[in-house]
Design a protein. Structure first.
Length: 141
C-alpha cells in the first residue's frame, strides 16, 4: 500500500475547510440566509422586475451548486486516481447531512432538490478537476 502524499493532505485540509464553511452557512437561520443572498440580489437590481422576482432563488441555488463544485474539486484531489464514484459518493453523503442539519435550523428546511443540486455541483467540480489533470498531463508529456 502506498503512503499518503503531501498533495492529498493539502486537499484533505482544504476539503475540511470547505465543509466547515458549508456547515456554517447551513447554521444560518432563514433571516440570516436571506440577508446574505439579498446582498447579491441588491447588486443586480438593475435587471427587469420579472427577473428580480426569481433572483433570490437563483442566487441560492447557484450558491449551492458552486460551493459543492469546489468541494467536489477538492475531494478529487484526495482520491486523485481512484474512481469518480468515491468522490461523488462523499459529496452526496455530505450534501445529505447538510440538508439534515438545515432541518434543525429555525426557518430552514431539508430538501432533496438541494441534495441533487449539490451533487450536480460536485460532479461539475470533479469534471473540472479531471480536465485540469488531463491538460497538465498533456503539457508534461
Amino acid at each position: 500500500m502506498k503512503g499518503i502524499k503531501p498533495r492529498q493532505i493539502i486537499f484533505a485540509v482544504l476539503s475540511i475547510v470547505c465543509m466547515i464553511i458549508i456547515f456554517r452557512f447551513s447554521a444560518d437561520n432563514a433571516e440570516e440566509s436571506t440577508e446574505k443572498s439579498d446582498f447579491f440580489v441588491n447588486i443586480l437590481e438593475s435587471l427587469p422586475i420579472a427577473l428580480r422576482n426569481n433572483l433570490s432563488f437563483i442566487i441560492r441555488k447557484t450558491a449551492h451548486f458552486s460551493i459543492y463544485a469546489l468541494l467536489g474539486f477538492l475531494i478529487s484531489g484526495i482520491f486523485f486516481k481512484k474512481e469518480i464514484f468515491y468522490t461523488l459518493s462523499a459529496c452526496f453523503l455530505y450534501a445529505c447531512t447538510d440538508e439534515i442539519h438545515q432541518y434543525f435550523v429555525a426557518g430552514r428546511s431539508c430538501r432533496f432538490q438541494d441534495v441533487m443540486i449539490d451533487t450536480a455541483g460536485s460532479f461539475f467540480g470533479i469534471l473540472i478537476f479531471i480536465l485540469i489533470v488531463k491538460l497538465l498531463n498533456r503539457k508534461g508529456a
